[in-house]
Every structure is written in structure tokens, then in C-alpha cells.
Write a protein that binds this ligand. Structure first.
Ligand code: FES
Length: 121
């Protein structure tokens, strides 16, 4: 399924390595995603853990493990590679986060995303 492209962040507002969450839409089921800067690249994922579907973060924009080497789900400790989204530790080993198409133009980060988590199917 192809979703509209939206500007979700300014590149300068995301540390490297680092991440920034975004929401699209209103109501009970806004779409939740996050953008990752890692190793000179920008990636985007749905903010839904491959284990039980919880958002990975509790604190705003806090997605990285303390060592800043992996993305960490705060619910049950699953760890994901920041570029591929593959789980390399924890309860959903081998599963992966859902990646979103993203690109950077004029220092702006654009992501293809729906307006509701329900649109993911
Ligand atoms: S929901 Fe992420 S580890 Fe369980």
C-alpha cells in the first residue's frame, strides 16, 4: 500500500545517532512512527514493536539503548538494529520493525505514512 509523503522532522533536530518520533492524524488511533539517524543514513519505522505491538518508547524520542548501538523497546527489552529494524535480542528475535519509505530533501525529512494505525492493515 502506498501512503502520502509527509514532512515529519527537520534533519537538524535529530542527533546522530538518535531518533525522533512523529504522529500523523488525530483521534484514538493516530499513526505513530519514528525517524532514526544512524551511520550517515536516515531510516523510518512504525512505532510498534515486533513483539506485542507496543510503542517502543515511553519517554519522548528515546529509542536507543544506553550504549546508543541498538533500538530498545521499553516494554520487554527487545533490541533492534537501527538500520534494518531486525530484532537481535529479546522476545521477538529475528522479527523486524515495519520500515517506512523516507528521504531527506533540503534538510527536511519526508516519510510515506498513513493517518491512522488502522490503515496499516
Ligand atoms: S512489546 Fe516490545 S519487547 Fe514486548
Amino acid at each position: 500500500m502506498s501512503f502520502p509523503e509527509r514532512q515529519v522532522a527537520m534533519l537538524a533536530d535529530i542527533q546522530e545517532p538518535g531518533a525522533r518520533e512523529f504522529r500523523v492524524g488525530e483521534g484514538d488511533w493516530p499513526f505513530r512512527g519514528f525517524v532514526v539517524r544512524w551511520d550517515g543514513q536516515v531510516h523510518a519505522f512504525v512505532n510498534s514493536c515486533a513483539h506485542a505491538g507496543h510503542p517502543l518508547n515511553i519517554d519522548p524520542d528515546k529509542f536507543f539503548s544506553p550504549e546508543k548501538a541498538l533500538l530498545l523497546c521499553t516494554s520487554h527489552g527487545a533490541e533492534f538494529e537501527p538500520d534494518t529494524g531486525i530484532c537481535v535480542g529479546g522476545p521477538c528475535m529475528g522479527a523486524r520493525l515495519t520500515a517506512l519509505k523516507c528521504r531527506v530533501e533540503d534538510e527536511k525529512v519526508f516519510v510515506r505514512a498513513p493517518t491512522s494505525m488502522r490503515d496499516l492493515g
